[in-house]
Design a protein. Structure first.
Length: 173
């Protein structure tokens, strides 16, 4: 017998499907050209389901980025926990490269965010806040996994450098 989902579980599942659909639609159409109707249809829901979970198309886009960032940071944390300390940098770089090959839409989403931020000050501020939080989390992960080794630069700067390199790799591919 199938167990019924609670209202909260249903809401979380709907939200997850909407975020996945948003990634596909925004990568294909861009933030400005994509519509909430397209995202809803791709996810198999109505526009009302989108607005029950997100106040605007921009909020949906930012929530989708948040979910992707969280997934990548969790993967990085797991990878660094499992890797030999001397191989952590190599393992993280290889994992990121494999991710870009497996999910080429990530590059389009990254550039779409940058383009939209260049035209919308409120969006730019929200995106900057999220990027800052991601770099802080990355610095925490690096610090926790470093053991007694000290980096040549502070962890926050190292996280910023890694983030910038990842952006550069996405641009060059």
């Amino acid at each position: 017998m199938t167990q019924r989902l609670t209202r909260q579980q249903q809401r979380e599942r709907t939200r997850s499907h909407l975020l996945d659909a948003a990634g596909r639609v925004f990568a294909r159409r861009g933030l400005d050209r994509a519509s909430v109707d397209e995202v809803a249809a791709d996810a198999g829901f109505t526009k009302g389901a989108v607005y029950a979970n997100f106040a605007s198309k921009e909020e949906l886009f930012l929530a989708m980025l948040d979910a992707r960032f969280a997934q990548r940071l969790e993967a990085m944390d797991r990878l660094l926990a499992e890797a030999d300390p001397e191989q952590q940098a190599r393992a993280a770089a290889q994992d990121f490269w494999e991710y870009l090959k497996a999910y080429p839409e990530w590059e389009r989403l990254f550039f779409e965010a940058a383009l939209h931020a260049s035209r919308d000050e409120a969006f730019r501020a929200e995106l900057a806040r999220r990027y800052h939080a991601m770099r802080e989390r990355m610095a925490e992960i690096l610090r926790a996994r470093a053991g007694d080794r000290e980096p040549a630069v502070p962890y926050e700067q190292l996280a910023m450098m890694l983030f910038a390199m990842a952006n550069g790799v996405a641009f060059e591919r």
